[in-house]
Design a protein around this ligand. Structure first.
Ligand SMILES: *Cc1c(COP(=O)(O)O)cnc(C)c1O
Length: 398
């Protein structure tokens, strides 16, 4: 005779959650896809928005709400939503607000997938796009047509860390009635708050500095106008761009230390930039707060002294030197990401900018010896010695 420890009929029922007069200090993780309501009347009222209640997690869940509200507060926004990735946030903003026949202007050094969205995907749906240099307001201005409806820019570009002329772009968008979408991933609300400066939509790859530990893939999008937010949210929910509870839970946990991480990493980045500039074999260092940066004055005016955690630099010697450099930096992950709590190193020519020709890269100032560093919170002396070893290893090939 088989022994059943429990009546199967009770096993399939959810055991009631134990009651407790004390509450969890930590944000609970709520992985439920569905939510049970009491009656069709109640469900009706939920769908009509007369009372609040979750229904199905693609439409919303508590972990997404908690995370979105936290980022809303950082950005001085309300009603933002969390998406399954930064790209989902960019896509939701564009597909939510644009229609066939519209024209969009994008910065010419946008994140690689945003560039692809602009050049390959949107045109398939009848949305026309142009790319222009956001450090040059004349170029952005010249791209405006009578069908232009939106401008998408990043404040600090990847990987040359050029600083967009946000004041002039914002004024142009106001003047022409265009929707200004700012991808604030690199800058974060600590260095730049797009709504305070007049932008209409903010997007983030929460995957990067905000979540901060390379273990959650998420995005965030918020529009200043409630009717825009409604369109974006509707598109994101319909197209399945919304986020998983576990990732939201991890990212919210990551945000507790965001301010500490960002400040420590930025301080490290400024010090590492200066250190790299003094190393023999380093031909160029790019950091917005350094006086030799091409957009230094604008960076100082725009970013309130926050240079951020990204530093780029160049060594001579081509691919062989580049290979030696990553092998020489034994304790720095060579990985095409940014914003991790630890320092990571990326090589645009073999990753983010591999689709360009060598000439195309050269036009942007990206050679085989060009590296981008996402600086983390390690002790600065460790970073200095790690990069000294790396640059020295590369020097054998220059
Ligand atoms: C990474 C990144 C994205 C895309 O974010 P994912 O979370 O990887 O989808 C968009 N914009 C910028 C500036 C990024 O760095």
């Amino acid at each position: 005779m088989s022994k059943s420890p429990e009546n199967p009929a009770t096993l399939v029922r959810r055991t009631p959650w134990p009651s407790s007069v004390s509450r969890s200090v930590v944000t609970p993780l709520q992985p439920s896809v569905v939510y049970a309501s009491q009656s069709p009347d109640q469900l009706d009222q939920q769908y009509e928005g007369e009372i609040h209640g979750y229904t199905y997690s693609r439409e919303g869940h508590p972990n997404a709400t908690v995370l979105a509200q936290k980022i809303d507060a950082m950005e001085g926004a309300t009603g933002g939503i969390v998406t399954a990735s930064g790209m989902a946030a960019v896509t939701a903003a564009m597909l939510g607000l644009l229609k066939s026949g519209d024209h969009v202007i994008g910065g010419d050094q946008l994140y690689g997938r945003s560039l692809r969205l602009m050049t390959q995907d949107l045109p398939r749906f009848g949305i026309e796009t142009s790319l222009a240099d956001p450090t040059d307001i004349a170029a952005i201005s010249a791209a405006v047509t009578d069908r232009t409806r939106m401008i998408l820019v990043e404040v600090v570009s990847n990987p040359t860390l050029r600083v967009a002329d946000m004041q002039a772009i914002t004024a142009l968008a106001r003047d022409k009635g265009l929707i200004l979408v700012v991808d604030n991933t690199f800058t974060t609300p600590t260095a730049y708050r797009p709504f305070d400066e007049g932008a209409d939509v903010i997007v983030h790859s929460v995957t990067k500095l905000m979540a901060g530990h390379s273990d959650a893939m998420l995005g965030y999008v918020v529009a200043r106008a409630p009717e825009h937010q409604e369109m974006i949210t509707g598109t994101a929910v319909t197209m399945g761009m919304t986020a998983s509870p576990f990732d939201c839970w991890l990212a919210e946990r990551g945000l507790y230390s965001f301010d500490l991480r960002y400040r420590a990493a930025s301080e490290n980045a400024a010090a590492l930039a200066d250190h790299l500039a003094g190393l023999p074999g380093v031909s160029r260092v790019l950091y917005p707060m350094r006086p030799d940066h091409p957009d230094h004055n604008r960076a100082v005016a725009l970013l309130g002294g926050q240079g951020g955690n990204m530093v780029s630099f160049e060594v001579n010697g081509g691919r062989a030197a580049a290979n030696a450099l990553t092998l020489g930096a034994k304790n720095i992950a060579f990985a095409p990401t940014l914003g991790d709590i630890g320092t990571t190193l990326s090589h645009p020519a073999s990753s983010s900018h591999r689709a360009l020709t060598a000439e195309g890269r050269a036009a942007l100032g990206i050679s085989e010896g060009f590296f981008r560093v996402s600086v983390g919170v390690e002790p600065i002396d460790l970073l200095k010695s790690e990069f000294e070893k790396a640059v020295e290893a590369a020097a054998a090939f220059s």
